[in-house]
Structure formats: C-alpha cells, structure tokens
Ligand binder design. Structure first.
Ligand SMILES: C[S@@+](CC[C@H](N)C(=O)[O-])C[C@H]1O[C@@H](n2cnc3c(N)ncnc32)[C@H](O)[C@@H]1O
Length: 273
C-alpha cells in the first residue's frame, strides 16, 4: 500500500504498533490527534502495559511521529492519568509533559480536567476516590485552528434569578472584594443563552460495556473534534481501542484514521463503524 497517498490512509483502520504505522505516513497530513494511550501497565491483563519507569521513553518515540505528521495548524489531545505506585502518584505523566514540551518542542497550550461526575465509590488507605483525569492539549504552533463557538454550553439556570435581580453594582465592573485585581461585570452575561465552557469538563464516564476495558466516552472526542477541526479534516487516534474517536469523527463528517495493535479491536471497530 502506498501510504504517501493520503487517500490510502484516511477512512481506514490500520493494525499494528502505531510507531511503525505512523512512520509510513507523509509529513503534516493530520489535523487532530485525540487519544488515550495505554496507561503505564494499568491494564496489563487486557492489552499489555509499559512499566511506569519506561513510559516516557516509550511514548516519546511515538510522539516524534505524531509531531511529524501533525499539520502546523493541528492539535494533539492526550487523555492520561498517572497511576499510584507504592502509595504515591508516579511522576511519569508530569515527566511526559516536560519531555513533550522540552525535548520534542510541542507547545503545552492547556490542561483540561475531566471531572468524572459519577466516579466509582471507594476509599483507599492514602487517598480518596479518583474523580478526575487530565486531558492535555499540545500544538506545534501558536496559530492552531480553534472553533470556540462550536463547543458553547447553555448558560445554566442560575442566570434566570441572578440576572433578573441585578443590582446597580452588577452593571459596572466591580473589583474583587479580596483586592486580587480581578474584576467582573455581571451584566456582561445578560441576554446570553450559551457561554464558553471552562477547562473543567464535568462529565460522566462510560457505563455500558463496549467490549473494551477503557473506552472513551463519546462526548470526549466529540468536544475536541468540534473545537479543533472543521468538516472534512483528518482525525487520528493512534491508540484506537474500540474506535470511539474513529466513529465520532465519521459521524461529524471528519475523515478518521485509526491505528490499533489488537486485531480484535480492529475487527470490532470495522463491524460497528
Ligand atoms: C486506553 S485504550 C484506548 C481506548 C479508546 N480511547 C477507546 O475509546 O476505546 C489504549 C489502546 O491502545 C492499544 N495499544 C497499546 N499499545 C499500542 C501500540 N503500540 N500501537 C497501537 N495501539 C496500541 C491497546 O490495545 C488499547 O486498545
């Protein structure tokens, strides 16, 4: 297969180690990469794992290719959370962020927090239940594509009462009572039905069985696909799993590429996409 021709790559799933597969792709051909890689040996029993101590080196080998194939206007969105080892959080995610920025030259534009609104109950000896994950946004340049209006959210019921009962103070820019220098003007919200979201995304994890042990909830690729691409753009998930990014990209008229090492995952995605 001639992978220099982009038409041979898009709208397809590719079976193999994403390192080998991406090496065959041309430079700067992908608009968006959305992915959750295998977390350091967290699911060794289902799809293998990488030792936390080797994780940064393992990931960076693949991230070099991700950077090479990403367009200058593109974005790389990485969902990851460090595991706890010997009663404390391992440093591999923090070290990975530093390596992606300092060694590979990605720009670390933002870190979104996924607050899992229905996280599983439980308590552990050294910590409480884990209710959040990182979603880290990297780019190659400052001038990346971003459609902020595409992910606006309803303003919320609070505005009905708060904006109906505005005081005169609400109509001018008020300085913070703490003297922090941060001011706000409540009336700026008047007449709006929708607002921009914050970088904390309050969303539920997936609750039904997709046949994969760690699937994305669909809202996640959907949010970033709408935010960072237009119709017709190319979206890659190099650790495709059950194909959530692939299927959502297709639904929103983007051109998906999925890479996955497990032939069973490839088969299931092909059957359901
Ligand atoms: C966390 S899961 C991704 C789940 C996915 N986001 C979904 O919605 O189903 C990580 C996936 O990466 C795959 N994987 C592990 N190492 C890989 C590699 N070197 N190249 C490609 N896929 C790999 C695993 O088989 C697993 O399905």
């Amino acid at each position: 297969m001639d992978f220099c021709n982009i038409d041979n790559i898009i709208n397809k799933t590719h079976c193999g180690d994403c390192l080998d597969v991406m090496k065959m792709f041309p430079d700067e051909c992908v608009d968006l990469i959305v992915t959750s890689p295998p977390y350091a040996d967290a699911r060794a029993h289902t799809y293998g794992g990488i030792s936390p101590d080797k994780y940064v080196e393992w990931f960076c080998l693949r991230a070099v290719e991700m950077k090479r194939i990403l367009k200058p206007s593109g974005s790389f969105v990485l969902n990851i959370k460090e595991k706890a080892v010997d009663g404390e959080r391992h440093l591999y995610v923090l070290e990975l962020i530093l390596a992606l920025k300092k060694q590979l030259g990605f720009r670390w534009v933002e870190e979104y927090i996924w607050h899992k609104t229905t996280s599983a109950p439980g308590k552990w000896k050294y910590r409480f239940r884990d209710a959040w994950e990182r979603i880290i946004h990297f780019t190659k340049t400052k001038n990346f594509k971003m459609n902020q209006d595409a992910v606006k959210i309803p303003i919320g019921a609070w505005s009905n009462i708060r904006l109906r009962n505005m005081s005169n103070n609400d109509k001018v820019r008020m300085q913070s009572a703490t003297n922090s220098g941060i001011g706000r003007k409540i009336s700026a919200w008047e007449g709006r039905d929708t607002v921009y979201p914050s970088n904390v995304l309050h969303k539920a994890p997936i609750t039904h069985n997709t046949g994969h042990s760690a699937p994305f909830p669909e809202w996640m690729p959907e949010f970033f696909i709408k935010l960072f691409t237009d119709e017709g753009d190319i979206v890659l998930d190099p650790f495709m799993g059950s194909g959530t990014t692939y299927k959502v990209s297709k639904r929103f008229n983007r051109k998906p590429i999925g890479i996955e090492i497990s032939p069973e995952c490839i088969k299931k995605t092909k059957e359901t996409a």
